[in-house]
Design a protein around this ligand. Structure first.
Ligand code: ATP
Ligand code: FE2
Length: 327
């Protein structure tokens, strides 16, 4: 029986989750947002430092777990914004030393994927659509293999960028989704090569059209139809190529109901099953870090408290670089 606390701090969100024997008992989050403009990494890191202790206390309270019961602490070690990762790592190491427990180093992207197991998906193709990442992934031979991905920016950053152009703050995804409800279709560049996608051409076009007087609602609607169409097409190719029968959505952009609907329709047409985690597990959260941390802890993939000085953040580690030693 083990209780693992997960700490998330790769970008805008500081989160703490508690997992006991594979069950998420609590999942508390505090996000850095802006009225206008994007994330300033140093400001986000400062936000994390200020609220870390409160989020920690609240997560343990909600889970009904005391510090003395903790078996280990998991941290999102990679990838992300370095100033944010560093503060999370400092906080986790401090707690490990105080409580004399080991540290489990988790890759944030892989945690977004593994938390999908809670939906019941067994061997899916994963559409990982988040702020910095856009990848179509499937597990094979000890690694999460990337079949297709964005060749430039992540889908979430692309949407947030567009939101900024039309005067909205961060995060832009929910605002664009809202505006899209009243929009109609105008043509935008559709860019997919094999299973790879690209968004910067569409972003330039959207900026030009907005300056020419096209409405934010029509552009939001068309952005969603076009960009999500590309993601669904890449996912369908991966399903066809791998012969897998399940599609799992992950990452913050997975909250978008139009993207969910388009995935569902494609899966129904192909006779595949579609899975999507609850919203709290799609956006950045400590629960997913605790969950993967627990899987790894059970396999002994823990850094001893004496060796903490050897552990550092890794702002660049990719999904397909991680050795999956817990399956
Ligand atoms: P990564 O996982 O790549 O490091 P991240 O951690 O920044 O990126 P998440 O928290 O998984 O990303 O997702 C944040 C993104 O999700 C933001 O870009 C935000 O605009 C987007 N998002 C949230 N809700 C919605 C929505 N309803 N529609 C579209 N996008 C959304
Ligand atoms: Fe994320």
């Amino acid at each position: 029986m083990s209780i693992i606390i997960g700490i998330e701090s790769t970008a805008h969100t500081f989160g703490v989750g508690v997992v006991k024997n594979g069950n998420v008992l609590s999942n508390v989050r505090d996000g850095y947002t802006t009225e206008s403009g994007g994330i300033i990494p140093m400001d986000a890191a400062k936000h994390h430092v200020e609220i870390a202790e409160d989020v920690w206390v609240k997560a343990l309270d909600e889970a009904g777990v005391s510090e003395g019961e903790i078996s280990g602490i998991a941290i999102s070690q990679a990838p992300g914004l370095a100033p944010c990762l560093i503060e999370g790592m400092k906080f986790a190491k401090k707690k490990c030393k105080e409580l004399n427990v080991g540290l489990v180093c988790v890759n944030h992207c892989v945690a977004h994927l593994e938390i999908g197991r809670l939906t019941g998906a067994k061997d899916p193709v994963l559409l990982y659509a988040s702020g910095a990442n856009t990848q179509v992934i499937a597990y094979s031979g000890g690694k999460y293999r990337v079949f297709g991905e964005t060749l430039d920016i992540g889908i979430g950053n692309f949407i947030d960028n567009f939101a900024r152009v039309i005067g909205q703050g961060f995060p832009g995804g929910p605002k664009v989704q809202e505006l899209a409800l009243k929009g109609k279709y105008v043509e935008l560049p559709y860019s997919i090569k094999g299973m790879d996608v690209a968004f910067s051409g569409m972003l330039t076009k959207l900026k030009q059209m907005y300056e020419k007087g096209f409405g934010a609602e029509d552009l939001s609607f068309s952005l969603q139809e076009t960009a999500f169409g590309m993601l669904v097409e890449a996912s369908e190719r991966a399903l066809a190529h791998t012969g897998k029968k399940e599609l799992l959505l992950g990452g913050g952009v997975g909250c978008n109901s139009r993207l969910q609907e388009m995935c569902k329709i494609m899966c129904e047409e192909r006779g595949c099953k579609f899975f999507v985690p609850r919203r709290e597990f799609l956006v950045d959260n400590g629960g997913m870090i605790a969950y993967l941390g627990w899987l790894m802890f059970e396999k002994g993939l823990v850094v001893d408290v004496c060796d903490l000085d050897e552990v550092d953040i890794d702002s660049k580690e990719r999904t397909d670089m991680v050795d999956v030693r817990w399956k």
